[in-house]
Design a binder for this molecule. Structure first.
Ligand SMILES: Nc1nc2c(c(=O)[nH]1)N[C@H]1C(S)=C(S)[C@@H](COP(=O)(O)O)O[C@H]1N2
Ligand SMILES: [Mo]
Length: 334
């Protein structure tokens, strides 16, 4: 398997609602691209714009800026749980981003920048526009083809941004400096980094990722799904006695309303929610557990404001995508 420069977050070390950039996972098909902000240009083009425009960083900064707290999660996050929990092998042909994530292919930040709709307005979007495809500058690396089409509705949605800042600071190189797509609720592949061109078209734009790779039951994967996971190593070892156990729960488009936990198939109790639940963000939760010696499984399950909850099992799929079952987290107590 080829990893590119991908790096998993040490999920068990996350102790704040916002993930600091230095701890945030990196998922790259190739190498990160170092772009000189002074020379950076973003071109808007295609058969469904009135005119081609080329913008510099100052032009993007001059537009009204918006901030959206949102979790960003790779479509393949937690895929090793198909193996570790269900015993199903996940080996497949090497793909640039076929990363063997356990819990850490996810993070949450406050992303700021202009709305994509305001950026596209500068080029004049024609009524026949159906698809918007941002292209990453790592296309210059022949193994990458990061031009990811999204339907016009998601592109023009008020929380879809051209992100310039992460947690109040300029984007770091590994996270797409100087500009990346912010597509709240949608799987990581749409969050194109080092965005260099955006094509607006009346015709469908094809890419192997949306045509072949991120496909489940014949449909292109767009939205993430509801999950909860614990900030413990997988598997974990704890000493006997009382422990404060924390985790994160998220659901795209709806705030998480409730998180429950259960040990070894026992009754479910409600965990405490420690941060504000928002439409696109995750929530940090915690509970106190008195650990007795032995081998245990701690389960958590989230429910969101729309009443959605996690399944007990997820069917394996060819891309090993979107694993969101209730996780029986293994914990050995000495
Ligand atoms: N240009 C470009 N954008 C990209 C990628 C890439 O390889 N190149 N990887 C995508 C994938 S698969 C994910 S999960 C997210 C990860 O964002 P992060 O590295 O900032 O965590 O970026 C997406 N944007
Ligand atoms: Mo990804």
């Amino acid at each position: 398997m080829r990893l590119g420069t991908s790096l998993e977050t040490e999920f068990h070390r996350l102790d704040s609602t916002l993930t600091p950039a230095g701890q945030f996972f990196v998922c790259n098909a190739g190498d990160s691209v170092a772009v000189d902000p002074a020379l950076y240009r973003l071109k808007i083009k295609g058969d469904a714009v009135e005119r081609v425009v080329t913008l510099g960083l100052k032009d993007l900064e001059a537009l009204p800026q918006h901030t959206v707290p949102a979790f960003l999660e790779c479509a393949g996050n937690q895929r090793t749980l198909f193996e570790k929990v269900d015993g199903i092998s996940i080996s497949r042909d090497s793909q640039g981003d076929d990363v063997k994530w356990t819990l850490g292919g996810v993070g949450m930040a406050e992303w700021s920048g202009p709305r994509l709709s305001d950026v596209l307005d500068l080029a004049g979007v024609r009524p026949e526009a159906e698809w918007v495809a941002p292209m990453g500058l790592d296309v210059l690396n022949p193994e990458c083809d990061i031009e990811i089409p999204m339907p016009i509705d998601k592109a023009l949605a008020p929380d879809t941004l051209v992100g310039l800042r992460m947690n109040g600071e300029a984007l770091p190189v590994d996270h797409g400096a100087p500009a990346r797509m912010i597509v709240p609720g949608w799987v990581g592949t749409y969050w194109v980094k080092w965005v260099g061109w955006i094509t607006v078209s009346a015709r469908e734009i094809r890419n192997y990722r949306t045509d072949e790779y991120y496909v489940l039951d014949g449909e292109t994967v767009t939205e993430q799904n509801i999950k909860s996971s614990l900030c413990l190593p997988f598997p974990a070892r704890l000493t006997r006695g009382r422990h404060r156990i924390a985790g994160f729960a998220r659901s795209p488009g709806h705030p998480v309303e409730r998180v429950e936990w259960s040990v070894d198939g026992g009754p479910w109790s409600e965990a405490e929610l420690l941060s504000e639940a928002t439409r696109w963000g995750w929530v940090r939760f915690a509970f106190d557990w008195t650990a007795e010696p032995g081998a245990h499984r701690i389960r958590t399950r989230a429910r969101d404001a729309a009443g959605r909850t996690q399944p007990d099992r997820v069917e394996m799929n060819p891309g090993s995508l979107l694993y969101n079952a209730v996780i029986p987290h293994p914990v050995t107590v000495d």
